[in-house]
Design a protein around this ligand. Structure first.
Ligand SMILES: [Zn+2]
Length: 250
């Protein structure tokens, strides 16, 4: 019990830092310097302004100095990421697998939100992620699987980018390669399947609501990220789920 509470607190603090990464990386700013500032008024933020979750609730979602609303996204990241990390930790305990899952989750959340906010996945994020993925792959799924996943998945996306002529960006290709390094090649194939389902459903929702036409480009990184997390966590369960479905259909 004691360990779980400690881990939860650690994850909450780590998620605050992830918000810094999401804000600063696409702007090319340093992650460590200067200390945190309000994006609206630039006022320096102190410990009381930076408590995960608590500050947002105590300040009612507004900056203490300029009263400007803090974007709800900060709160979203501070809630979702620790939950995902806790799920990883509950499943794998204190292990390399958990460490690998925590790293992957952080990269996926950051990539999804930098894509939503700025339409880019910073190279620093995807290339660091790729190296970490290969390094951690070495001790978890094996370097052969990890390399095969990275190269295979990267090439598939490069191919899609070439035939779709700009429908898929370079950021997506690098994101795919790093995901492959974590999931291996068979996992990567499932990521394609699930992310295209999710992206397709989202496109249909937008079409029905009249918010998109048939030619609107859809940001794909969030769907890749969700699919990659699901596959990394539940690959075995997903495979047997698909097998059962096919079994019933045949
Ligand atoms: Zn402010």
């Amino acid at each position: 019990m004691y360990y779980y509470v400690l881990m939860a607190i650690f994850f909450l603090l780590l998620a605050s830092f992830l918000n810094v990464v999401i804000y600063r990386l696409p702007r090319g700013e340093s992650l460590l310097y200067p200390s945190s500032r309000c994006p609206a008024c630039g006022h320096r933020l102190y410990l009381l302004d930076l408590l995960p979750l608590l500050s947002f609730i105590l300040l009612r979602g507004k900056c203490r100095y300029c009263r400007e609303s803090i974007p709800a996204q900060y709160l979203l990241v501070e809630i979702i990421t620790p939950i995902l990390w806790m799920l990883v930790f509950l499943k794998w305990g204190f292990s390399m697998q958990t460490f690998s899952g925590v790293v992957l989750t952080a990269i996926l959340v950051a990539a999804a939100f930098t894509d939503i906010n700025k339409g880019i996945i910073p190279d620093t994020l995807s290339l660091t992620g790729l190296l970490l993925g290969l390094g951690l792959g070495f001790v978890t799924i094996g370097i052969k699987q990890s390399l095969l996943g990275a190269v295979g998945f990267g090439l598939i996306f490069l191919f899609i980018a070439l035939i779709s002529r700009g429908g898929m960006g370079g950021g997506d290709i690098k994101l795919a390669a790093l995901i492959g390094a974590f999931t291996g090649f068979s996992g990567a194939l499932m990521v394609i399947l699930i992310s295209s389902w999710l992206g397709g459903l989202w496109a249909v929702v937008l079409l029905i609501q009249g918010q998109a036409g048939l030619k609107t480009a859809i940001k794909f990184a969030p769907f890749l990220a969700i699919a990659a997390w699901l596959v990394w966590m539940y690959q075995i369960e997903l495979i047997s789920f698909y097998r059962d479905m096919l079994w019933r259909l045949c």
